[in-house]
Design a protein around this ligand. Sequence first.
Ligand code: ZN
Length: 327
Amino acid sequence: MKFDLAYCLGLDDKLSIYDVRDLNFDETVAFDSAKEHFQCPNDACRSAFEASNELGTFNAKNVNYVRTPHFKNLPTTQHVAGCPYVSLKTPGSGVEASDGEGDGGPEEHFPSELLLTRREYVRKPAAPNVEADVLRDDPVRVAGVSAKESASRETAPDKTSVFAHPVECFVSNFADKELLKRMPLKVGEHTAPYGSFFKKIEYLLDNKGLIYWGKIKEIKDYTQSFRIDFEQKVWFKQADEAKKKPYSVNVYLSKKLIDNYRKRKAFLEEIKHAIDSDKELFCFFYGVTPELKQVPSKKNPEQTFGVFSVNIENLDHFIVREAPGLA
Ligand SMILES: [Zn+2]
């Protein structure tokens, strides 16, 4: 079992490790997880110890990760008896001693919904606030200051606004088809099990509004944009044709869109790393569906050929990453 959330002292709120990553890379907010303090998400446990009783992070700042990011107990971390998080790798048992196996394992916390509106974080005033000790109807949720009460309600622990979280669930549990069939995911108006909400790019004609993914063949760096070509093709029969023909699929990323992105540096690092990488890479995106377009042929400009293509509109819902096991 992994920590689903951790209490962030500076924000006086509970965050997932994916929230933490999003904040770390966001150039519009002052946040550095290495300087923040994270504690056990169990309110009773947290209040029983000094503020120095902290949790650590794994892969909180690494743009291109392979192993699942998470919060972890430090050798000094204490929990009260009965804290549900006490069973996580007992400090001193030696299990967590190496940075190896103890940090492995797939993502266990499947968000039931990807919220399309970004979560807002309010930093706690510098002067220590009176701890809101009135627990609301839901003891799991932090009793925050009233101003952000409504925001907290929409970010219940099983929802996320960070695309990387459901993607990590899918990637790290890819071998467990039954699990992916069982866990539901809602995005926008559409609900489906993880296993079918994530749609292979070659089957994009089957259904709209899904998360499409595929292996990357090549990334082209143009003046105005990047073009990502997928390895698999879409088989499609035009009205005037007798049988299906294969069509290439690609997505375009506008450089202007990237320049105005709040996570510009991290995004460019992700793309540059992908261009230079000799590893197998996969692309995941939500919000747009490639459509058949006729584009002029380079060799013979009078001729056109068909390709399934689309412009990515929201970089928050786009990821290029390694995903061992998906090949
Ligand atoms: Zn605890």
